[in-house]
Design a protein around this ligand. Sequence first.
Ligand code: IMP
Ligand code: MG
Length: 354
Amino acid sequence: MSVKVILGLQNGDEGKGRVVDDLCATTHNPIIVRFQGGANAGHTIYDENGNKSVVHLLPSGVLNPNAVNVITRATIVDPIQLVKEIKEFNVQPKTLLVSNYCPVVMSLHIEEDKLKYQHRLGTTAKGIGPALKDFIARDNFNLHTWIDKFYYLEEAKFLKDYVGDAEGFLRDMVSYGRNVILEGCQGYSLDVWGEEYPNVTSSCTTIGAVFYSTRLNHKQINEVIGIAKIYETKVGTGSFEELEPALSEKYREVGKEYGATTGRPRKIGWLDLDLLKEAIQVNGVDTLIITKTDIPPQIGTLRIKTQEDYWDIDTSWNDKDLSPLLKLLDRIKSYTGVNKIGYTFGENRGCIKI
Ligand code: IMP
Ligand code: MG
């Protein structure tokens, strides 16, 4: 049995969803847990026939018939959006349990986000900041209270069967030895407690969120898996060193770098290795997975940023000969001090190599 945490180490959009989806497909009866963020996330997943979907609130295991999905209490839940996704993916109550205690997003929060923060901070306008602001001020509802109060709404009645003691269930499952995958959202540089404040999301995006949301303790975590793209992207405001426009455009087109939630074009930059090293240390990452390694060879130019200089990378690898990539991964491993390193190449399932 194992309890694994998946965390984004950049600005979100590192490919966490596809890594979770992939791990889920090779894990015996997994329990997939969302513990943080809300409908601001957009995780791209594939079914066994390779059809692509995007989930915002639901855990990335919903297309796996053997997975049980759990949403724990620090996840910000928009009940209307949740019902929409449950219906879209035809998720049955026996495969999804949502915590009684999640803060809710209501329509006034979405309005406030649109009016005050969408333009100023480039938010996803899903109401996350305003909902959490009210929650911390104790002017919002936990999900179970919202259901009782608004029981005349079709959505409240519908959700009743899906909501309960998610953290108690998870604790029991861990003690029975079940395999658990905890799915992080956003990434290290978007942490509300991080140095990019106020150009951040409203929640904690580091390992700390796991504990207060799931009520598991640190001794119960067997592996922390950090995800980073081989280049960097960002949506929203804040400091970000962009590539020159023509090269950005190439990466955006080949890498399909448009927001999964908002459709916005993402800014493109080079991987910052010192920041990555910091994210690995802060989160106690055991295994680093570098995603989208199939993109640079299609473009021919790749650099990696370190404190002293830029590394110019030989991008001549392909699916038959990956040796230049493996050499690069070795270099990243020794620079960052991470224990294990792996990668994804291409989009099909089963392509994580460690
Ligand atoms: P909010 O989370 O909607 O309040 O947005 C705050 C900042 O976080 C903005 O810069 C968003 O673009 C960014 N953000 C939030 N969620 C994600 C995500 O899942 N991927 C990438 N960026 C995100
Ligand atoms: Mg995303």
